[in-house]
Design a protein around this ligand. Structure first.
Ligand code: SF4
Length: 499
């Protein structure tokens, strides 16, 4: 068990003290490949931020001293203006300041983040900064100014690092948060090191909490209220106040919408529930149809000339083409050369592959957003790209508005819907099995971090992954057709409601 409280624990306690209590006792889990890549990108941004202050000193362990002890020695040396990664220890609290600058007898704390400087909602970033300020002040350091160093939206690939960052002064907001934090810090520290966990209460964070089903509120409950799709936070709050976790105990006056009613009926009855409007909704599809999926790459720092930070670049597509619901599908695909910007080439290949007839089936609005971006980026291809947009049919809302299988567990993502409706098809055997890993590998190829012999292997894995996404759509569409035709075991929603 850890004996100190770090920023991650503090911010986690802000969401749920029980989660933080369990977190500091849990064995650390190493990040997956995509998580490691995100960390590396954060480190790259941090290194570039340090270039803004060439006289700065990076704090590291020396002569058997801890980084906190080295920090104190460097602070005592009045000739040193700037420190990087200065470490502080105040009671149980530990923190590192990304950049610390001497300022009129006090200090300026700068927190480096990879968000854009015009980000509207900076609450989480300010909390992050405020925790550092709190620990610095507790350890006796006067903090005169607190700022965020964020990415500039105008920076372009190849520009000097001087243009990469904007300094956003958050002194007043950070100090206000420090005052809030100080009023809770000691009692929270006591609670986090107590023998028993704080009493858990249902909060939004429970949705992504790894403790929920194994050892916290969801343990031993077959179906919980978190299976209600898109439950408004006010309703979650009411359920929390009434201590209701079991889906079967949801009060009748909670006013669930149709999707939520369907989810509740399906989960409690164990049946797939189908709304009678499914058949009419599927009639929107015109044959032949083309099942389209995109993959993109997006990195903190731009990969190609003319691009800015976080630019989302389409890199590949897969299309399954089918002439009728029972016809054998044909397949076409495209994968960009990662060493250059291939947006135009991809757009041209897409236009050619989709032809001019039939619906283009997608799952979620992601492809629509990306094609709109291509249309706006490439005016000479705007006509054919708009024609593609006009043919899109999104089957995610068709599923969400008409079908619920108990194994959806509150989500209509293809990764939940596929195993429930098409159990014989799975991503399990794929080397690349999710979008984040696909992004990571493409970005690593673009950055020249993959050896030549490995490039072809990874390209095939990316092609296999994208192909599986469109095959999944083909099979889900077929399954929906069978449900609409009554050729699969399912219960009409009205019957389920009165059961
Ligand atoms: S399941 Fe919910 S209450 Fe329990 S630790 Fe996680 S976030 Fe907290």
């Amino acid at each position: 068990m850890k004996t100190t409280i770090a920023k991650f624990d503090w911010l986690s306690a802000g969401q749920c003290p029980t989660m933080a209590w369990r977190g500091i006792r849990a064995a650390p889990t190493p990040p997956d490949e995509a998580g490691r890549f995100r960390m590396e990108q954060g480190q790259d941004v941090g290194s570039l931020a340090r270039k803004l202050y060439p006289s700065g000193i990076l704090v590291s362990r020396t002569d058997g001293k801890t980084t906190a002890e080295v920090t104190q020695c460097l602070i005592a040396d009045g000739a040193i203006e700037t420190l990087f990664e200065a470490a502080f220890h105040a009671g149980p609290f530990v923190a590192k300041a990304d950049i610390l600058r001497r300022q009129n007898g006090a200090w300026h704390v700068l927190e480096v983040k990879s968000s854009f400087s015009d980000t509207k909602k900076t609450g989480d970033l300010v909390d992050d900064l405020a925790y550092t300020v709190m620990v610095l002040q507790r350890s006796g350091l006067p903090v005169a100014q607190a700022s965020l160093l964020l990415l500039s939206r105008t920076y372009r690939f190849g520009d000097s690092p001087d243009h990469l960052f904007d300094v956003i002064d958050k002194t007043a907001e950070a100090h206000a948060r420090v005052a809030d934090f100080e009023s809770a810090a000691d009692s929270l520290a006591q609670a986090l090191f107590a023998d028993a966990p704080p009493k858990p209460a249902l909060v939004s964070a429970c949705r992504d909490c790894s403790f929920f089903a194994s050892e916290c509120l969801g343990a031993g409950i077959t179906h919980t209220v978190l299976e209600l799709p898109s439950l408004h936070h006010t309703k979650l709050k009411r359920l929390s106040a009434e201590g209701i976790i079991d889906l079967s105990l949801v009060p009748a006056d909670l006013k669930l919408n149709d999707r939520q009613e369907r989810a509740k009926c399906a989960a409690l009855s164990g049946n797939t529930v189908v709304d009678p409007g499914l058949s009419a909704a599927l009639a929107a599809v015109e044959w032949p149809c083309h099942y389209l999926d995109f993959e993109t790459v997006s990195t903190f720092l731009p990969l190609y000339s003319g691009h800015g930070c976080h630019r989302q670049v389409p890199t590949q597509f897969s299309i399954h083409h089918r002439d009728s619901i029972d016809a054998e599908p044909r397949h076409s695909e495209y994968l960009a050369d990662a060493t250059k910007d291939c947006e135009r080439e991809l757009a041209q290949a897409l236009i050619e592959a989709l032809g001019q007839r039939g619906s283009i089936i997608v799952y979620t609005t992601f492809e629509q957003t990306r094609i709109k971006a291509l249309r706006d980026e490439l005016p000479d291809l705007a006509g054919p790209l708009q024609a593609i947009l006009d043919r899109l049919v999104d089957i995610e809302p068709i599923v969400a508005d008409h079908v619920y299988h108990p194994d959806f567990k509150g989500s209509f993502s293809i990764k939940k819907v596929l195993p429930a409706l098409v159990p014989d098809l799975s991503y399990a055997d794929l080397e690349v099995a999710n979008g984040e890993t696909a992004i990571m590998w493409f970005a690593r190829m673009a950055r020249g971090e993959v050896s030549s012999p490995a490039v072809e292997v990874i390209r095939q894995q990316l092609l296999d992954y994208c192909k599986m996404d469109t095959l999944a759509m083909v099979r889900v569409h077929k399954a929906l057709g069978e449900l609409a035709a009554g050729n699969r075991q399912a219960v009409p929603q009205e019957a389920a409601l009165t059961a």
